[in-house]
Design a protein around this ligand. Structure first.
Ligand SMILES: [Ca+2]
Ligand SMILES: [Ca+2]
Length: 320
């Protein structure tokens, strides 16, 4: 039977397609709790005839899946190296009441993994009428054409942290709270993220502080404070660059994404910094969309230019 099905599906789909299975798991009757027992179960099976995104004639595909309109909860498969016909066989579960299913949509996006650049969006599949397939056993594979993706905004993730400045003590506390939806840097479909904050003055990195490393996650929680000593008279002249990094035991750690805080930073970075200065001694918390490293690095001189030392001293004898 399975052999017959395979043949059939291959002959009818000679274009880029995604294959998945779906069923709905109901809570047992008379069960009193209303949450957690009703789940849409989606098994991502495989993709067929993907376009080549890499110079070697292949792609490194993986699939992200959302149950729209909720974009916060996201799953993704492992990355499959050098293939245009990946077999995923991974199952994901979304807690959703049956009564809401008609208003939800499954959103699959297929990406090409690249370690050193933005992941290319290969294409997307959006499925509604989820009730149609909710009765079966979930064993019936469903095929959908993958609609070619257009250049999407870099999806690097978001970082949540608070800034608190004590003018008298001359102390800046950056509390890294958590990050969500980080870009996967490893073939496992996850990263090993840690956060590095650098204090910058006149294009020079003066001090840096790091959080611990969280292994194998795209949604790490830290709640860690990074403390910098900055005398009040110098606080207007410094800026803060915050980088979310992926740790690797072999090779270099890589930047996942960055954001920059300061009086001369872009929109959200400037607003957060200004709010901190306007509210001394009070932690001000914000979410920041991470941007690519190259859009931040223009603010930092890479070469240790033999220019005169910055005349601002933010060092203190007991730090680092
Ligand atoms: Ca690739
Ligand atoms: Ca890693």
């Amino acid at each position: 039977m399975t052999g017959h099905f395979k043949q059939h599906s291959l002959s009818t789909h000679n274009n880029t397609a995604l294959c998945y299975g779906q069923n709905y798991r109901r809570g047992r009757r008379r069960e009193t709790d209303e949450d957690g027992t009703e789940q849409l179960v989606v098994k991502i099976l495989k993709a067929l005839d993907l376009p080549a995104k890499d110079a070697n004639g292949f792609s490194d595909p993986y699939v992200k899946i959302y149950l729209l309109p909720d974009r916060k909860k996201k799953f993704q498969t492992k990355v499959h190296r050098k293939t245009l016909n990946p077999v995923f066989n991974e199952t994901f579960q979304f807690g959703v009441p049956l009564a809401e299913l008609h208003a939800r949509k499954l959103h699959f996006s297929v990406y090409d993994f690249d370690r050193f650049s933005r992941h290319d969006l290969i294409g997307q599949v959006v499925v509604d009428n989820l009730l149609d397939f909710s009765e079966g056993t979930g064993e019936k594979p469903i095929w959908r054409d993958i609609v070619e993706g257009t250049a999407e905004k870099a999806d690097l993730g978001e970082l949540n942290f608070s800034l608190c400045y004590l003018p008298t003590a001359g102390r800046l506390t950056v509390t890294i709270i958590k990050a969500t939806n980080l870009k996967a840097m490893d073939l496992t479909g996850f990263s090993d993220p840690y956060v590095k904050a650098s204090l910058v003055c006149e294009g020079r990195r003066l001090k840096k502080r790091k959080t611990s490393i969280k292994k194998n996650t795209l949604n790490p929680t830290y709640n860690e404070a990074l403390v910098f000593d900055i005398p009040n008279e110098n606080i207007e002249s410094v800026s803060l660059i915050i980088a979310v990094m992926d740790y690797d035991c072999i090779g270099h750690n890589e930047v996942i994404g960055m954001c920059r805080m300061g009086s001369d930073a872009d929109g959200p970075g400037r607003e957060h910094w200004t709010a901190m200065l306007a509210n001394p001694r009070k932690p001000i918390e914000h979410w920041h969309q991470l941007v690519e490293e190259k859009s931040i690095n223009t603010y930092v001189s890479k070469s240790a230019a033999p220019s005169p030392k910055p005349n601002i001293v933010v060092d203190s004898p007991h730090s680092e």
